[in-house]
Design a protein around this ligand. Structure first.
Ligand SMILES: CC(=O)[C@@H](O)[C@H](O)COP(=O)(O)O
Ligand SMILES: NCC(=O)COP(=O)(O)O
Length: 272
């Protein structure tokens, strides 16, 4: 008897569907909280609501400038979450100490510049192999899985494997920006670039995630890529939560991801 899927209906697809987890990034709940310097809205309450809506994990980015998520948020998330915590951070000694203190399920190393509005590009893995390799090993020695947030680029994937990362997270920002500009040719090019990179990363033995800028309108082509096992989505969901609640927004995103996967199964593309 096929296992029931999220909607409770039995589905053959639910049995054969390649797993696709949803990590909800709660950074911008903290952005709103920090606007008044108080305690409301509480990122931890948002995390619980996201999990109630179907999130498989929570992502939080502890930035060097603490513009949103704080050290206390990380402590509370680690102590109280009922799902894995994915700590996004820069590859610095300060963040290494914090990560080893908390031992999140995973750390995702991201590039950071204080002047940036949000993460602009992927980590320069190729130019940092010598420093990243021992940094990655120290996190792994502490029992933390290590993800590298990268552009969907073959040479960067090769470098990620060289430094011993467990996971690569493909930066979907350029794809999402092109979709916002209704640049159909650019979108098609980016989808192909991500699909090629996902296949190469999986072939290199890396776990493949993707994220940044994903919305209801852009998630499907990425979710259809069977090598991708986790999507990290935040800003859009927190925005949607303002209008209809966070659990509902997460539930809808989860449904779109499952539908995308089922479409792939129905078309037979899942074993490409
Ligand atoms: C790495 C990434 O794409 C996001 O998870 C990151 O957190 C973006 O930074 P802000 O959340 O500060 O926009
Ligand atoms: N790593 C991507 C992430 O966690 C969420 O990015 P966004 O959806 O907030 O742009």
């Amino acid at each position: 008897m096929p296992a029931p899927n999220k909607s409770g209906k039995s589905s053959t697809a639910a049995v054969r569907r390649a797993p696709l987890r949803l990590g909800v990034n709660i950074d911008h709940v903290a952005t709103l909280r920090n606007a008044r310097g108080g305690v409301h809205p509480d990122p931890l309450r948002a995390a619980h609501l996201a999990i109630e809506g179907g999130a498989d994990g929570i992502t939080a980015h502890l930035r060097e400038d603490r513009r949103h998520i704080s050290d206390t948020d990380i402590t509370r998330l680690k102590n109280e979450l009922t799902r894995p915590l994915n700590l996004e951070m820069a590859a610095t000694d300060e963040m290494l100490k914090i990560a080893i203190r908390h031992v999140p399920n995973a750390c995702c190393l991201v590039p950071e510049r204080r002047e940036e509005r949000t993460t602009e590009g992927g980590l320069d893995v190729r130019g940092s192999v010598k420093t990243l390799k021992p940094f990655v090993a120290k996190l792994q020695d502490a029992g933390i899985r290590v993800s590298l947030f990268i552009e969907p680029d073959i040479k960067t994937i090769e470098a990620a494997a060289k430094v011993g990362a467990d996971i690569v997270e493909l930066h979907t920002g350029r794809y999402c920006n092109l979709a916002l500009e209704h640049d159909a040719a650019g979108v098609a090019r980016e989808i192909e670039r991500h699909a090629t990179a996902a296949r190469a990363a999986a072939a290199a033995g890396l776990e493949v995630h993707a994220g940044h800028g994903l919305t209801y309108n852009t998630v499907k082509p990425i979710a259809e890529m069977p090598e991708i096992v986790e999507l990290n989505i935040g800003h859009f969901l927190i925005g949607e939560a303002i209008f209809g609640g966070l659990s509902g927004a997460v539930r809808r995103m989860r449904l779109l991801m499952d539908e995308a996967r089922d479409d792939v199964l129905r078309s037979g593309r899942s074993d490409r």
